[in-house]
Design a protein around this ligand. Structure first.
Ligand SMILES: CC(C)(COP(=O)(O)OP(=O)(O)OC[C@H]1O[C@@H](n2cnc3c(N)ncnc32)[C@H](O)[C@@H]1OP(=O)(O)O)[C@@H](O)C(=O)NCCC(=O)NCCS
Length: 179
Protein backbone atom coordinates (compact mmCIF):
# COMPACT_ATOMS: atom_id res chain seq x y z
CA UNK A 1 0.00 0.00 0.00
CA UNK A 2 1.44 3.42 -0.87
CA UNK A 3 1.77 5.67 2.15
CA UNK A 4 1.90 9.42 2.55
CA UNK A 5 3.34 11.58 5.28
CA UNK A 6 4.80 15.00 6.03
CA UNK A 7 8.42 15.52 7.04
CA UNK A 8 10.78 18.51 7.36
CA UNK A 9 12.80 19.53 4.31
CA UNK A 10 16.42 18.62 4.99
CA UNK A 11 19.74 17.88 3.23
CA UNK A 12 18.77 14.22 2.72
CA UNK A 13 15.41 14.81 1.03
CA UNK A 14 16.03 18.13 -0.79
CA UNK A 15 16.70 16.22 -4.03
CA UNK A 16 12.99 15.30 -4.14
CA UNK A 17 12.29 18.90 -5.19
CA UNK A 18 13.52 18.05 -8.69
CA UNK A 19 10.44 15.91 -9.08
CA UNK A 20 8.25 18.67 -7.72
CA UNK A 21 9.77 21.28 -9.99
CA UNK A 22 8.82 19.77 -13.30
CA UNK A 23 7.69 21.74 -16.32
CA UNK A 24 4.24 20.18 -15.90
CA UNK A 25 3.88 22.50 -12.97
CA UNK A 26 3.56 25.29 -15.56
CA UNK A 27 2.96 28.76 -14.20
CA UNK A 28 4.31 28.03 -10.75
CA UNK A 29 7.38 26.23 -12.07
CA UNK A 30 9.81 29.09 -11.69
CA UNK A 31 8.47 30.31 -8.43
CA UNK A 32 8.43 26.92 -6.66
CA UNK A 33 11.85 26.05 -8.00
CA UNK A 34 13.32 29.34 -6.87
CA UNK A 35 11.71 29.03 -3.45
CA UNK A 36 12.87 25.47 -2.84
CA UNK A 37 16.34 26.10 -4.32
CA UNK A 38 17.02 29.35 -2.52
CA UNK A 39 14.87 29.51 0.56
CA UNK A 40 13.97 25.99 1.64
CA UNK A 41 17.03 25.07 3.67
CA UNK A 42 18.54 28.52 4.07
CA UNK A 43 15.45 30.08 5.64
CA UNK A 44 15.39 27.27 8.17
CA UNK A 45 19.08 27.74 8.97
CA UNK A 46 18.57 31.48 9.42
CA UNK A 47 15.39 31.15 11.49
CA UNK A 48 13.21 32.80 8.84
CA UNK A 49 10.85 29.90 8.09
CA UNK A 50 10.67 26.13 8.32
CA UNK A 51 9.67 24.11 5.26
CA UNK A 52 7.79 20.80 5.40
CA UNK A 53 7.23 18.46 2.47
CA UNK A 54 4.39 16.10 1.67
CA UNK A 55 5.72 12.73 0.52
CA UNK A 56 3.96 9.89 -1.26
CA UNK A 57 5.90 6.62 -1.00
CA UNK A 58 5.05 3.64 -3.19
CA UNK A 59 5.39 -0.05 -2.31
CA UNK A 60 8.95 -0.10 -3.69
CA UNK A 61 10.02 2.76 -1.44
CA UNK A 62 10.10 5.38 -4.23
CA UNK A 63 9.33 8.76 -2.73
CA UNK A 64 7.59 11.63 -4.52
CA UNK A 65 7.19 15.15 -3.24
CA UNK A 66 3.55 16.11 -3.85
CA UNK A 67 3.44 19.36 -1.89
CA UNK A 68 5.17 21.60 0.60
CA UNK A 69 4.51 24.33 3.08
CA UNK A 70 6.59 26.80 5.08
CA UNK A 71 5.66 28.48 8.34
CA UNK A 72 7.20 31.02 10.69
CA UNK A 73 6.53 33.16 13.75
CA UNK A 74 4.76 36.38 12.89
CA UNK A 75 2.27 38.81 14.35
CA UNK A 76 -1.05 40.45 13.66
CA UNK A 77 -0.51 44.19 13.85
CA UNK A 78 -3.37 46.52 14.71
CA UNK A 79 -3.60 50.29 14.45
CA UNK A 80 -5.15 51.50 17.66
CA UNK A 81 -5.29 55.17 16.77
CA UNK A 82 -2.98 58.16 17.01
CA UNK A 83 -0.21 56.30 15.14
CA UNK A 84 0.01 53.59 17.80
CA UNK A 85 0.17 49.95 16.87
CA UNK A 86 -0.02 46.76 18.88
CA UNK A 87 0.95 43.28 17.75
CA UNK A 88 -0.59 39.97 18.74
CA UNK A 89 1.35 36.70 18.36
CA UNK A 90 0.70 34.68 15.24
CA UNK A 91 2.02 31.83 13.10
CA UNK A 92 2.28 32.73 9.42
CA UNK A 93 1.86 30.39 6.46
CA UNK A 94 4.67 31.55 4.19
CA UNK A 95 4.11 29.00 1.42
CA UNK A 96 1.56 26.30 0.65
CA UNK A 97 1.64 24.43 -2.64
CA UNK A 98 0.51 21.15 -4.12
CA UNK A 99 1.99 19.81 -7.36
CA UNK A 100 -0.49 20.26 -10.19
CA UNK A 101 -0.77 16.49 -10.74
CA UNK A 102 -1.85 15.93 -7.13
CA UNK A 103 -4.35 18.75 -6.60
CA UNK A 104 -7.96 18.20 -5.52
CA UNK A 105 -7.04 15.05 -3.60
CA UNK A 106 -7.04 16.58 -0.13
CA UNK A 107 -3.27 17.11 0.11
CA UNK A 108 -3.61 20.89 0.66
CA UNK A 109 -6.15 20.14 3.38
CA UNK A 110 -3.82 17.60 5.03
CA UNK A 111 -1.04 20.17 5.09
CA UNK A 112 -3.38 22.86 6.46
CA UNK A 113 -4.52 20.46 9.19
CA UNK A 114 -0.85 19.89 10.05
CA UNK A 115 -0.22 23.64 10.22
CA UNK A 116 -3.28 24.21 12.41
CA UNK A 117 -2.26 21.32 14.70
CA UNK A 118 1.24 22.80 15.00
CA UNK A 119 -0.19 26.21 15.91
CA UNK A 120 -2.37 24.63 18.60
CA UNK A 121 0.51 22.54 19.92
CA UNK A 122 2.67 25.65 20.21
CA UNK A 123 -0.17 27.52 21.90
CA UNK A 124 -1.07 24.73 24.32
CA UNK A 125 2.44 23.61 25.23
CA UNK A 126 5.10 26.16 24.42
CA UNK A 127 4.27 29.79 23.72
CA UNK A 128 1.60 32.39 23.18
CA UNK A 129 0.03 32.33 19.73
CA UNK A 130 -3.37 33.78 19.02
CA UNK A 131 -3.73 33.82 15.23
CA UNK A 132 -2.84 31.88 12.13
CA UNK A 133 -2.12 34.38 9.36
CA UNK A 134 -1.39 34.15 5.66
CA UNK A 135 -0.64 36.56 2.88
CA UNK A 136 -2.74 34.81 0.24
CA UNK A 137 -2.35 34.92 -3.51
CA UNK A 138 -5.52 36.37 -5.04
CA UNK A 139 -6.25 33.00 -6.65
CA UNK A 140 -6.02 31.20 -3.29
CA UNK A 141 -8.04 33.66 -1.19
CA UNK A 142 -11.26 31.63 -1.41
CA UNK A 143 -9.43 28.44 -0.53
CA UNK A 144 -8.48 29.87 2.88
CA UNK A 145 -11.85 31.60 3.29
CA UNK A 146 -14.23 28.82 2.26
CA UNK A 147 -12.38 25.76 3.49
CA UNK A 148 -10.65 27.07 6.62
CA UNK A 149 -12.72 30.11 7.65
CA UNK A 150 -9.92 32.66 7.32
CA UNK A 151 -11.08 36.30 7.12
CA UNK A 152 -9.59 39.07 5.07
CA UNK A 153 -7.88 41.60 7.31
CA UNK A 154 -9.71 44.90 7.66
CA UNK A 155 -7.82 48.13 6.96
CA UNK A 156 -6.57 48.65 10.51
CA UNK A 157 -4.99 45.20 10.73
CA UNK A 158 -1.96 43.89 8.86
CA UNK A 159 0.75 41.25 8.95
CA UNK A 160 4.45 42.09 8.61
CA UNK A 161 5.45 42.42 4.95
CA UNK A 162 8.76 41.67 3.29
CA UNK A 163 9.97 41.33 -0.29
CA UNK A 164 8.10 38.05 -0.75
CA UNK A 165 4.64 38.91 0.46
CA UNK A 166 3.95 42.48 -0.61
CA UNK A 167 1.46 41.70 -3.39
CA UNK A 168 -1.02 39.52 -1.56
CA UNK A 169 -4.10 39.53 0.61
CA UNK A 170 -3.63 39.50 4.38
CA UNK A 171 -5.91 36.96 6.07
CA UNK A 172 -6.24 35.56 9.57
CA UNK A 173 -7.87 32.81 11.56
CA UNK A 174 -8.34 33.17 15.32
CA UNK A 175 -7.07 30.11 17.17
CA UNK A 176 -9.24 31.03 20.16
CA UNK A 177 -12.41 30.64 18.14
CA UNK A 178 -11.43 27.08 17.26
CA UNK A 179 -11.12 25.81 20.86
C1 LIG B 1 -4.47 26.05 -3.18
C2 LIG B 1 -3.90 24.62 -3.17
C3 LIG B 1 -2.78 24.54 -2.10
C4 LIG B 1 -5.03 23.64 -2.83
O1 LIG B 1 -4.49 22.34 -2.68
P1 LIG B 1 -5.35 21.03 -3.04
O2 LIG B 1 -4.62 19.85 -2.50
O3 LIG B 1 -5.68 21.01 -4.49
O4 LIG B 1 -6.70 21.29 -2.22
P2 LIG B 1 -7.60 20.23 -1.45
O5 LIG B 1 -7.66 18.96 -2.25
O6 LIG B 1 -7.20 20.12 -0.04
O7 LIG B 1 -9.00 20.96 -1.46
C5 LIG B 1 -9.80 20.91 -2.57
C6 LIG B 1 -10.98 21.80 -2.30
O8 LIG B 1 -10.53 23.16 -2.26
C7 LIG B 1 -11.10 23.89 -3.32
N1 LIG B 1 -10.03 24.70 -3.92
C8 LIG B 1 -8.84 24.26 -4.39
N2 LIG B 1 -8.11 25.30 -4.85
C9 LIG B 1 -8.87 26.40 -4.65
C10 LIG B 1 -8.68 27.79 -4.91
N3 LIG B 1 -7.54 28.24 -5.45
N4 LIG B 1 -9.68 28.65 -4.56
C11 LIG B 1 -10.81 28.20 -3.99
N5 LIG B 1 -11.06 26.90 -3.72
C12 LIG B 1 -10.09 26.02 -4.05
C13 LIG B 1 -11.61 22.85 -4.30
O9 LIG B 1 -12.68 23.34 -5.05
C14 LIG B 1 -12.03 21.73 -3.39
O10 LIG B 1 -13.27 22.02 -2.79
P3 LIG B 1 -14.24 20.88 -2.16
O11 LIG B 1 -13.52 20.30 -0.96
O12 LIG B 1 -15.46 21.61 -1.76
O13 LIG B 1 -14.43 19.87 -3.24
C15 LIG B 1 -3.34 24.22 -4.58
O14 LIG B 1 -4.34 24.45 -5.54
C16 LIG B 1 -2.09 24.99 -5.00
O15 LIG B 1 -0.98 24.54 -4.74
N6 LIG B 1 -2.25 26.14 -5.69
C17 LIG B 1 -1.12 26.91 -6.20
C18 LIG B 1 -0.32 27.54 -5.10
C19 LIG B 1 -1.15 28.44 -4.23
O16 LIG B 1 -1.97 29.21 -4.73
N7 LIG B 1 -0.90 28.38 -2.90
C20 LIG B 1 -1.47 29.29 -1.93
C21 LIG B 1 -0.53 30.44 -1.83
S1 LIG B 1 -0.99 31.61 -0.64
Amino acid sequence: MPKDYIEPLNKENISLKENFCTVENEDEFDYFKIYLDNNGLLDNKQGIAKTWIYIIEDDDGNRTMAGFYAIRCSSLIMDIGSKEKIGEPAIEIVELAVHRDYRYQGIGTRMMQDIIATAFELKDKYLGVKHLVVCAKKSAKDYYKDKFKFSELPGHKQIPRNGDNIECIGMSLSLRLMD
